[in-house]
Design a protein around this ligand. Structure first.
Ligand SMILES: *Cc1c(COP(=O)(O)O)cnc(C)c1O
Length: 485
């Protein structure tokens, strides 16, 4: 049964607190606040006991899925377990009690942490400098695009177009358009990678950049990346990496070595931080030497063992975020990187790849697999076979909730019919992966033998299927006795 409203626990006189007897003279509020500012009626606040309040909020928190309570194989999102030690480190008083306007001399530790995080990210990616300012991947993309625009402008013309594959995440074209570019689509080939012939067809001197995700959104490594980079170089086109899938590359290979000029990181995905509820995130963007003069201000520099904020960047695109970005997320990423070290980060990616390939192998006989090659940290199945029996990917996703699993990403990438995009991450045990595969196989069986139970799922959640648009626009928080409607 869904949790009741806190108001429904209320009855007159119940209290959740007890205060000691007053030991000072009692004064009336009217003495201090003018009568016209005082309310006429008492506020209608609920009156509940402390334990009722605790239970109410604890129950509410349990009505949802979370990484701490459930396996969460949301493809592309990298919903890994976030070590609790990172939260402790982010709460160190030295980090939480500073003010962004405090003088540099009194913020040396925080500046050092940011400086060193930048160095770690530069080393991991093979780039020259990083700006930590963007608050999410999407903002990193736009910051990158604006730097690319400024770069081309300084070379004579900002150019007109940005090339983006048909498998790309929606934020890519959005960032290109917001930065004043027209989007040109490049097709994927039959193997799920950038079609080199199509790329040659669209690449010309009017193109400013190629935005690519690697491994791409099908979980496949773009193994022709050096050829791609050479095709672009002929026309002076810059290569941008959407780094959302960096979880597959840590310590194994570096975007800078593959020819990428600009890269954004999603600290909240690759480098741990609970996300999925809307933030906070952090989307630093890194560049090769040629783009350093265009970085947002300020950048953090070190001189004579002191750290300072440098606003003197010759051709900077300006500031893109209040103060210096989402500082707490940076602390967590820094703690994560320093805890694991170079060897540990490499193991993260190796295990992420191993887990995804293991699950792909177990599931490929039960769901259509459009691209039958080894994957990186995620893979994409298609529910097209189940669709023939009238069971959609949405139905399968809803049915997973009954078995206690958060569904994978669905209907993305757009080039796969009835897509189910599964990313297990490195932090799950073989037992959990097996349990999820067993359930997926059971649902495949149900889809054949008892499709109605899948089509009417979920059956065990506090609410069943909502009209998603209506639920978002006409929020109704009233608790109704279960009447079946
Ligand atoms: C998550 C994601 C983004 C956007 O990143 P945000 O941090 O959510 O803004 C872009 N591209 C891909 C492939 C992603 O998975």
């Amino acid at each position: 049964m869904p949790e009741r409203l806190i108001f429904e626990y209320s009855s007159e006189g119940k209290k959740g607190y007890s205060l000691p007897e007053m030991d000072v003279p009692v004064e009336s509020v009217e003495k201090f606040i003018g009568n016209r500012h005082l309310r006429k009626n008492l506020p209608e606040l609920p009156e509940a006991s402390e334990i009722e309040v605790v239970r109410h909020f604890t129950h509410l928190s349990q009505e949802n899925f979370s990484i701490d309570s459930h396996f969460y194989p949301l493809g592309s999102c990298t919903m890994k377990y976030n070590p609790k030690i990172n939260e402790d480190v982010a709460r160190f008083p030295g980090f939480t009690n500073i003010h962004p306007l405090q003088p540099e001399g009194l913020s040396q530790g925080s500046l050092q942490m940011m400086y060193e995080l930048e160095q770690c990210l530069a080393e991991i990616s093979g780039l020259s400098r990083i700006s930590l300012q963007p608050a999410a991947g999407a903002q990193g993309e736009m910051t990158g695009m604006l730097m690319i625009r400024a770069y081309h402008k300084a070379m004579g013309s900002p150019r007109k177009k940005v090339i983006i594959p048909d498998s790309a995440h929606g934020t890519n074209p959005a960032s290109a358009v917001l930065s004043g570019y027209e989007v040109v689509e490049v097709k994927s080939d039959n193997a799920g990678r950038v079609d080199l012939e199509d790329l040659k067809r669209v690449a010309d001197a009017e193109c400013a950049a190629f935005m690519l995700t690697n491994p791409n959104t099908l979980g496949l490594f773009e193994k022709n990346i050096l050829q791609i980079s050479n095709i672009l170089k002929e026309h002076g086109i810059l290569l941008y990496l959407d780094g959302a899938n960096l979880n597959a590359m840590l310590g194994l290979c570096r975007p800078g070595d593959m020819g990428f000029d600009v890269v954004h990181f999603n600290l909240h995905k690759t480098f741990s931080t609970p996300h999925g509820g809307g933030g906070p995130g952090s989307g630093p963007v890194g560049v090769k030497e040629a783009l350093v003069p265009f970085l947002p201000v300020p950048v953090i520099e070190k001189k004579d063992e002191c750290f300072y904020l440098n606003y003197d960047i010759s051709k900077s695109i300006g500031k893109v975020q209040g103060f210096y970005g989402n500082f707490g997320v940076m602390v967590k990423a820094y703690a994560y990187i320093r805890t694991l070290g170079a060897e540990g980060l490499k193991e993260v990616s190796e295990n992420a790849i191993l887990n995804a390939n293991y699950m792909k192998k177990r599931l490929e006989g039960y769901f259509a697999l459009p691209y039958k090659v080894g994957c990186m940290h995620e893979f994409v199945l298609s529910g097209s076979e189940q669709k023939k029996a009238g069971v959609s990917t949405k139905d399968i996703a809803k049915r997973l909730l009954d078995y206690g699993f958060h569904p994978p990403t669905v209907y993305f990438p757009l080039i796969v019919d009835e897509a189910l995009m599964i990313e297990p991450t490195e932090t799950e045990t073989k037992e959990v992966l097996d349990k999820f595969c067993d359930v997926m196989i059971a649902i495949a069986k149900e889809s054949k033998e008892n499709p109605d139970i899948v089509k009417s799922a979920p059956h065990t959640t506090p609410v069943t299927r909502l009209d998603e648009a209506k639920a978002a626009k006409e929020l109704d928080l009233r608790w109704k006795k279960a009447t079946g409607d």
